[in-house]
Unconditional design. Structure first.
Length: 392
């Protein structure tokens, strides 16, 4: 089983897209730790934000849904070399491992505080739990999996107004569909990424992965039609405010606020419009990357070939650098040891750099990490028998 996994062929376009997603994620996390507005208000707060800040946040919205879609595609590609049982076990183990990482190393990297009193279930938890869901779903027919994925994605916003009738049901519902704190007596558990739409996306990705087992002509046709259809559906639903997002689009007298309102869809949990807005353009990018003339973008694949390794080290590095900036600018490194991540931290008013320098810092970190990820990839390939490398 180990040998089957380590020798599988990679799809260059998938690695490129995954690498682009990782770099966008780096931009978002650098903004969170370095930008002077990050600890004062949300960049999607239309009463306080501006176009540059809003769309810096907006472009990074692609990260979570695209990454989980690619996780489903990767699982389907693995199925070429593994039996259904082997793949199910791999997904189950991988899913649990991601959840463990979320609650240990990743938690520490975000907060620089290691305790189990405050837990935030973020994107890695969501991907891990969705993999566990997929480990059972793959036993069904591909047509049924597609039906289930589309049903979840298209209809889950019908549940937006539903409320639980008991504390236990409320906690379950928050895990599945409503961002917020679980009702527990001993610890604080915050669910940032409810699971229902993520489970639909990973299932859709698993079915979509089958396109890489057919001719490129068929694949390009499906990607192009799907991408255009999703973008069109997004535009129609958003303009009409008919369905698909609990946050309606508002026509306001200021054009810039109106524009931001149009694209200000709900991420937690991913609404139908949020998914259409992010996955539709991604399908078009996948279509265009089928053209070998664009393979000059291969540089991005270096980050996409070792995504978990990049994720783990970049948070730690960004946080460590932010601690240094806080120290040398008089705010104290201790203010970067965080009890629980919240946007408004008035003690950090005046800390940070303008948005332009946030981009410069992001580019600098990406450049420094490029040889690191390249060398780690080579190291991983040279040591196929080191089984634990498969989990990084």
């Amino acid at each position: 089983m180990n040998q089957k996994i380590s020798t599988r062929n990679r799809i260059v376009s998938i690695d490129i897209i995954r690498g682009l997603v990782m770099l966008l994620m780096l931009l978002d996390h650098t903004r969170m730790f370095f930008n002077r507005d990050a600890f004062l208000f949300e960049p999607t707060d239309l009463e306080q934000t501006n176009l540059a800040l809003f769309f810096t946040r907006w472009i990074t919205h692609f990260c979570a849904p695209v990454f989980i879609l690619l996780a489903g595609i990767s699982a389907r590609l693995l199925s070429q070399n593994l039996s259904t049982k082997e793949l199910s076990i791999w997904l189950l183990k991988r899913g649990f491992w991601l959840i463990v990482l979320e609650l240990t190393f990743i938690k520490f990297a975000w907060l620089f505080r290691f305790d189990f009193q405050n837990l935030d279930l973020m994107v890695i938890w969501g991907i891990g739990a969705s993999m566990i869901f997929l480990s059972g779903l793959i036993w069904l027919s591909k047509r049924l999996i597609l039906g289930i994925s589309l049903l979840i994605i298209l209809s889950h916003n019908l549940l937006d107004g539903w409320t639980a009738t008991s504390p236990a049901l409320n906690s379950i519902w928050r895990v599945l569909h409503v961002m917020g704190f679980l009702e527990t007596d001993s610890i604080n558990v915050y669910v940032s990424y409810p699971l229902i739409p993520m489970m639909g996306l990973i299932a859709l990705g698993f079915v979509l992965g089958g396109l890489y087992q057919v001719s490129g002509r068929v694949r390009k046709k499906v990607l192009l039609i799907s991408g255009i259809s999703m973008i069109t559906l997004f535009a129609v639903l958003r303009i009409t405010n008919w369905y698909g997002d609990p946050r309606p689009y508002e026509w306001i007298h200021q054009w810039d606020i109106t524009l931001m309102s149009f694209f200000n869809t709900t991420k937690y949990p991913h609404s139908l419009l949020f998914i259409l807005m992010t996955i539709g353009p991604t399908f078009l990018l996948m279509f265009f990357l089928e053209d070998k003339k664009l393979r000059g973008m291969n540089i991005f694949s270096a980050y996409g070939k070792v995504p978990l390794f990049f994720y783990l080290i970049h948070i730690f590095i960004v946080h460590l650098l932010a601690m240094g900036l806080a120290s040398i600018t008089g705010f104290g490194a201790h203010n970067m040891i965080i009890d629980f991540w919240v946007t408004y931290q008035p003690e950090l008013k005046g800390y940070g750099v303008p948005l332009f320098w946030t981009y410069i810092i992001t580019i600098g970190i990406a450049i420094v990490l490029y040889p690191v990820v390249k060398n780690y990839r080579q190291f991983k390939l040279k040591h196929p028998k080191w089984w634990w490398l498969r989990y990084l």
